[in-house]
Design a protein around this ligand. Sequence first.
Ligand code: SF4
Length: 405
Amino acid sequence: MKATRVLQSLARQHNAARAYSTVHDLPRSGSTGLSQPPPPAPQGGDPSTAFQRATTASGPRNDWTKEEIAHIHQTPLMELAFAAGTLHRRFHEPGRVQLCTLMNIKTGGCSEDCSYCAQSSRYNTGLKATKLSTVDSVLEAARIAKGNGSNRFCMGAAWRDMRGRKSGLKNIVQMVKGVREMGMEACVTLGMLNKEQALELKEAGLTAYNHNLDTSREHYPNVITTRSYDERLETIENVRQAGIHVCSGGILGLGETPQTDHVGLIHTLATLPLHPESFPVNRLVAIPNTPMYGSEPVKLEDLVRCIATARLVMPKTIVRLAAGRVEMPESEQMLCFMAGANAIFTGEKMLTTPCNGWDEDKAMFERWGLQPMHTQASEVPSEKVFEARSFDEMKEKSENAPVMN
Ligand code: SF4
């Protein structure tokens, strides 16, 4: 009887931790979640305890210092990857990886100067600019993606922001509604967004909005000059306030220093009042005639370090192995999954660059015993979920919140 009570109490603690889950909530078997020691008492910002605190966390925390994240990031790689994989098993079903398909719904001709991008009109990349795709053609592509097992359909438009794009937004609203009616998650990436536009997309049922920070605040001016880091954060806040999931991550291989810039990127996102539900990790796909062409490719160890660190400091976030996967041998991809990545882009193309095809990914899943993740993100809260204006406010709210059993 005593043993039963102990197990019940541990299960309650475990479920309380799971109650934060926003993207998916699959029951998991086994005792991995129950065998972990309880989280230690908060230690302040002592980096020497950061790794231990991360590996024993029972839920997300948002008061990370940069030193703590740097300490985690510099843990010997075998230990770091193993710890991230172990924590991953406490918050996610380890054999499940989400399949997403990303379609470009408006190609090229973008006014921005993102120095890695094939679609910027400032670089002669040979890409032909197009108008916004029709709603029917986009929904047909979504149907094909769904038929091939994708659970999330993402739509990207190459432009700076949504200003003066009323009819474009109207069509995108129809695309979002159509994708959602198919039972898939719908994500869009349309540049900068104001509050009203975010609410309109929320109303249409949008699951998530992608707006990457790309790199650290310090390195950012070396990559983009036409919009600021703070403008990016403002869009993320507008998305969050509208009650839409946030998808925000980075591109590795932009001439940054991993030890500081990967840490800086993760630190910015991990100290937002709520962690992004999705953290895409892109490897630069070098496009001839863009300023980033010829940059030193990101090293595997830096990619795995970044994924593992993100997993440890944002334990509930879906970490997406995004652009550039097509160039990775399967063994390297597996290393990323083992270190905490749990989503991929699959299909014919990823925006303008090649992508691993569905058949190739299905075969890979079979070889490694992976299964598509069936998210329930369809259950995006209808109420606003973001009310805190600062971490202190959020902390106060969470401390006063009733304990969930
Ligand atoms: S805003 Fe988007 S489409 Fe435009 S240049 Fe930057 S990354 Fe490319």
